[in-house]
Design a binder for this molecule. Structure first.
Ligand code: PMP
Length: 328
């Protein structure tokens, strides 16, 4: 018999899929690393399990413990899957801009969800960062993974996703593109790829309303860069420890609208029913490929973090798209 002992063992070894239609006019080969094949339907399963395993080894998480995390939804799903396997409770704090589907999914896998206001500063007592920290201080035998600063996040991608991409491309990858939220995905993968071939370029996708691009270009943390935006999972108003700016060659900002439209094209033209930040990553990747005149010799891998179900009521809903002014 061939079977896994638990669904969390199905994490990783996701397929690399060539994009054929949205790439019109681009000479480079564009390959998508489709992370919705993970059991929690997102890239974040990988780091969630790694953060729990490392915390257990370090004695920070003990039997019967409670995992408390601030999450945009996907990390919570990964943590919940691992928690079920290991008998931990989960409490997640989410900002109220996250889709209702994500909150329902987290409740479905047994987590308690606390919804916090989006438009408050990170150090405000009601922010989802602060509420997670406070619950961690109040609840005995609780563990706060802190995906932003916990370097197990980067390590999961250095040990897993990076080698997968290198092997799947036979070492021919020339560019790697993904959205940057905590930074774990890009930092871990870029570190591994650049160790194999220092010429591999890494391109981080940022949002308008986030601090990353300006910080990379000027070294200035500019609060004027921070304003509300709609894309979920990427861009930040803080500098997480998992963003290693030395490993990211350049940042590209993509608007909420361009990201939403490209996500819908990925579903219709490629059969890839993916999440909003996937559209950000592909839009940015194609812009980079065009502006830098990438050739037939270039192999660009773009990582697609999650699945479209989480955005059915938003970008896959025509009325919602029209109300945002994203569709005529
Ligand atoms: N896209 C989505 C949908 C996400 O949930 C996340 C995680 N915040 C990212 C992209 C960015 O990944 P990372 O946190 O590793 O930078």
């Amino acid at each position: 018999m061939t079977y896994l002992n638990h669904i969390s063992e199905a994490i990783g070894n996701t397929p690399l899929v060539k994009l054929n239609n949205v790439t019109a006019g681009v000479k480079a080969t564009i390959l998508a690393k489709v992370e919705y094949f993970n059991p929690g339907n997102s890239v974040k399963d990988r780091m969630a399990v790694k953060m729990i395993e490392d915390a257990e080894k370090a004695g920070l998480l003990k039997p019967g413990g409670t995992i408390i995390e601030g999450t945009s939804g996907n990390t919570g799903m990964g943590l919940a899957l691992a928690a079920i396997a290991k008998g931990y409770k989960c409490i997640f704090t989410l900002s109220d801009k996250q889709s209702k589907e994500k909150m329902d999914i987290l409740r479905a896998v047994g987590a308690e969800v606390r919804v916090c206001p989006t438009n408050v500063a990170p150090d405000h007592p009601d922010s989802y960062y602060s509420v997670a920290k406070r619950l961690n201080a109040e609840i005995p035998n609780s563990f706060y993974p802190n995906q932003y600063d916990n370097l197990s996040n980067t390590a999961a991608h250095y040990e897993g996703t990076g080698p997968e991409i290198w092997n799947q491309t036979d070492g021919k990858i020339t560019h790697f593109v993904t959205g940057v939220g905590t930074g774990g995905t890009i930092s871990g993968i870029a570190k591994f790829l650049k160790e194999q071939n220092a010429d591999v370029k890494s391109i981080g996708i940022d949002t308008y309303g986030s601090v990353f691009k300006k910080y990379k270009e000027t070294g200035i943390f500019d609060e004027n860069e921070i304003y509300a935006y709609a894309t979920e999972g990427i861009g930040e108003d803080i500098l997480p420890k998992n963003v290693d700016f030395d490993l990211i060659d350049t940042f590209i900002k993509v608007t909420d609208k361009d990201a939403a439209l490209m996500t819908r094209r990925l579903a219709k033209e490629e059969g890839l029913f993916v999440g909003w930040s996937c559209g950000s990553a592909v839009h940015g990747a194609l812009e980079y490929a065009r502006e830098n005149n990438l050739t037939e010799d270039d192999v660009l891998v773009v990582l697609l973090p999650d699945h479209g179900t989480r955005y059915l009521a938003k970008i896959y809903n025509d009325e919602w798209m029209k109300a945002q002014g994203y569709l005529d």
